[in-house]
Design a protein around this ligand. Sequence first.
Ligand code: MSP
Length: 517
Amino acid sequence: MAKTFYISTPIYYPNAEPHLGHVYTTICADAVARYHRLKGEDTWFLTGTDEHGVKMVKTAQSQGTTAAELVEKNVPIFVELWQQMKISNDDFIRTTSDRHKAGVTAIVEKMLAQDDIYLGSYEGWYDEGQEEFVTETAAKDQQYKSAVSGRPLVRYGEPTYFFRLRKYADRVRQHIEQNPHFIQPEARRNEVLSKLQAGVEDLSISRASLKWGIQLPNDPEHVIYVWIDALSNYITALGYGQGEGNDALYRKYWPGVHLIGREILWFHTVYWPAMLMSIGQPLPLQVYAHGWWTAEGRKMSKSMGNFIDLDRLRAVINDFSLDALRYYLLSAAPFGNDLNWTEVDFNKSFNDLANVVGNCLNRVLKMVGKYCDGVLPPAGAAEEIDSNLQRQGGQLLGQVHSAYETIHLQQAVMLPIELARLTNGYIDATSPFKLAKDPAQHQRLQTVLNVSCQAIYRVLICLLPVLPEKAAEGLAQLGVQINGRTMDELFAQPLAAGHKLGSGSPLFPRVDPKKPA
Ligand code: MSP
């Protein structure tokens, strides 16, 4: 039976339209999911929306509508966007769905049975954007504003149920210490460990003042608040807690990996493991935290005019292609670092695709077309320059595997581009167009064409997870259909002499160069 692999994005708040940040996480997760499918693994990819909480109610009020209406307006925008962006998610979980509610209720019932939930009262500073209480010291340090959104903290006080987070804090810490790969990139681990060292409080998990949420099974006056509701999605979507016979996906795919933005790392590496310990279920395998986007060097903001919203993203896709957007996002910074959208960088990255990959493919197809009627010639004895490129090409897939496995996504997408760059250099150095003029060099010409063609073939195979459309189109131009084969299978079958190449057309057609990205 094939190995299984399960990856999720955060479930996004549908209080507004998605933007660059949501698109980035979803595209990263999509590339990883596609990579695992192309490895032949039985892969499950989940995304969805986090629809409860005060944030949703307040946004709805400010727009003169209800939370229920607001989510019905915005959730379809997420669903349709992922379809338009050809995101390969297998499921989309909504926290207002019956299946999720049933799962969360079962989870909370288990926690109650463990005596991990008790009634207390709480008064403190609350960050409504992040949906979390902030300690007095932190609130003061932050001048009573949210560290993330900058909006004022709000004073809350009411009876609330608590989850016994303190009971599990040591076990969570041990887990993080003993599993250096649990949090990726590893540099982020220390942040979580030192915050744990400073001590945790039990977690307020209910609100009596709110109606928009899932009722606590032991006290319907309270709704469950909100991380317990949200984090549970990763298993309720697989059928956990929804009766025997409904949890086949859970048994098959859990535990999985979570891909998230760095601002919600604490919740995913402390609250969520503690919750799973309480209900006696396995912890996630890994949590991958990526950095945050700014644009043109500043925090994205509508008033500053540098907000990369849906219209902007759609224009980029329209002018440059979906795969050009994917490549830019994944290559913009080492995974985990903060990222900065700039027009200049976008154009540079598009040029990599057009001038390096597209051009390399085009040159190979043209030359094989012109000198060999589009039929791949055999390779003769290799010279040093040939075997160098063959060796580097041969190593590519192994390097790409290890980059994806260790979530070095920038490397994973740039390694193939580097091989295409080397191939262009090889073509320049071996000058096939000169060789073609000398009949005595016919065999040498054939070798050079064969070696270049095998190299661009390997480049395109390794680009499949990140450029699913363009890489497949490039392979089709080489006369190769993927036909459900894995990257390893494709890689293991170099193009045979006598193979008929397809016809070429620019893979990344140029748009008006004056047009901004
Ligand atoms: N609903 C919670 C998550 C619950 S998961 C159990 C939430 N939602 S959110 O709509 O605010 O989405 C946060 C996620 O969106 C981040 O973790 C990140 O994946 C993405 N981003 C939103 N803005 C971003 C940037 N400016 N840059 C990069 N990604 C960011 O938090």
